[in-house]
Design a protein around this ligand. Structure first.
Ligand SMILES: N[C@@H](CCC(=O)N[C@@H](CS)C(=O)NCC(=O)O)C(=O)O
Length: 418
């Protein structure tokens, strides 16, 4: 028995074989009996995803805050493609057997079902801006998170070891062969293959460094982004901040040394429980969200527009300059076309006076024009609004076959200034 097996705080249990409705239901039933939550057909939950995953960490923090019982199981994107229809983690299964995917609609569903522990602010305008921050943290902080993890060797070696154990068990090769293949895969898809080059390296890192400074300023006046309890915007930023920036060696060092208040916030969100934390949310979008909104207006929304235009033109890749950084040959992501549509849908759902308030704030930060720049983005994703119970597409856009494939083409990390 290895020391890891003996440790009750060792890594999460892994799948014995493929996930089937039968074995997952049986596991949930066993858990249900022991957790004593028979009154709620959805509980307990099973969350499938590796311990180091951005979006799995985001979802777990929400479940912990809502105090909903769940069992984490290590699994990779390919394991989830069958049950949820999308090759991405996390996938979540309810005790009644239903599967959910995509943390954004999952959180919205949980928020509606468990209103006593709600995380989405009740003021519609504040909720709109919270969704905007969540979307930004999900999609725009993804590239720097992947960069710090996979382009610096100290993180890449450590993480490839963990991912081989937790997410690439289906590949019939020895672990020492799979580790470099995983590093290649991640760089091919998410850093070198997603526009991280010597020409954009500094810009990608600036996105993280600016986020730390923006957060640090907010945390000087209150413990969470919107008050004295965590809410959707905190959980959105928690994805990149927890499982990547606060844990991956190069970004964690920067956080500890330049923004210890953010390091402390990460632990605070992870430790928050609605019945214990209490607290209040502000009823207006705070002024100090301004620098984050400025970045959304100058960086994220222009990227979403270029992505949506490329999608409409049927291009698989596109070039775009963001804040003078030349991103070249980046992958078109239909999921992010849907993100733009969702932001517009939430804006359109506001009443006229609420729209006027939101518009004034969006205009002040350069967000209004790019929100509407693209005519009819038409992602084709989730037309019947079934999410999170239907696959809403993944950011990688990979099919099951592609998700299962490891990338054999060597993709060394780009080097700054090379
Ligand atoms: N929008 C999704 C994104 C999920 C996602 O992209 N998860 C990553 C890992 S954290 C993934 O599964 N990527 C697919 C891959 O690496 O092949 C969500 O919020 O759940």
């Amino acid at each position: 028995m290895s020391s890891r097996d003996q440790n009750s705080f060792g890594s999460r249990p892994t799948l014995e074989g493929p996930i089937t409705p039968e074995n997952a239901r049986e596991a949930a039933r066993r858990e249900s009996a022991s957790a004593g939550v028979e009154g709620d057909s959805a509980l307990p939950l099973t969350v499938y995803g590796p311990e180091v995953s951005y979006f799995t960490g985001k979802l777990e923090a929400v479940l912990r805050f809502m105090e909903l019982p769940y069992r984490p199981v290590a699994a990779g994107p390919a394991d989830l493609a069958g049950p949820t229809g999308v090759a991405q983690v996390p996938g979540m299964q309810l005790a009644d057997g239903r599967w959910l995917t995509d943390t954004t609609p999952i959180i919205a569903w949980l928020d509606e079902r468990y209103p006593d522990a709600a995380v989405i602010p009740r003021d519609p305008v504040v909720a709109f801006f919270s969704r905007l921050l969540e979307d930004y943290a999900d999609e725009w902080l993804w590239r720097p998170a992947m960069h710090y993890r996979w382009d610096y060797p100290e993180g890449a070696y450590h993480l490839s070891r963990i991912l081989v154990d937790e997410a690439a068990r289906h590949i019939p090769l020895p672990a020492f062969v799979k580790r470099p293949l995983i590093r290649n895969r991640q760089r091919s898809l998410f850093t070198k293959g997603d526009g991280v080059t010597p020409a954009t390296w500094n810009h990608v890192e600036k996105i993280y460094l600016d986020s730390l400074a923006q957060f640090d300023a907010i945390l000087k006046t209150r413990p969470y982004l919107l008050g004295t309890r965590p809410s959707l915007a905190d959980f959105g930023f928690f994805g990149p901040m927890f499982r990547h920036f606060a844990m991956d060696p190069p970004s964690a060092r920067i956080m500890r040394e330049t923004a210890p208040a953010v390091f402390e916030w990460v632990a605070r969100v992870w430790n928050a429980q609605s019945s214990v934390t209490g607290g209040e949310l502000l009823v207006q979008t705070p002024d100090d969200w301004g620098p984050i909104l400025d970045t959304i207006g100058s960086g994220y929304l222009p990227y979403l527009c270029a992505n949506a235009e490329a999608w409409k033109a049927g291009r698989s890749h596109f070039d775009v300059d963001i804040e003078d950084a030349p991103y070249r040959h980046i992958r078109t992501a239909p999921y992010r076309v849907w993100c733009l549509e969702e932001l517009r849908r939430h804006f359109n759902a506001l009443s006229d006076p609420e729209q006027a308030t939101a518009r004034t704030r969006l205009e002040a930060h350069g967000c209004w024009e790019p929100l509407w720049r693209v005519d009819t983005p038409a992602s084709g994703i989730d037309p019947d609004r079934q999410a999170p119970f239907s696959g809403s597409g993944s950011a990688t856009g990979l099919s099951l076959g592609a998700a299962k494939k490891l990338y054999w083409r060597p993709a060394a990390a780009p080097k700054p200034g090379a």
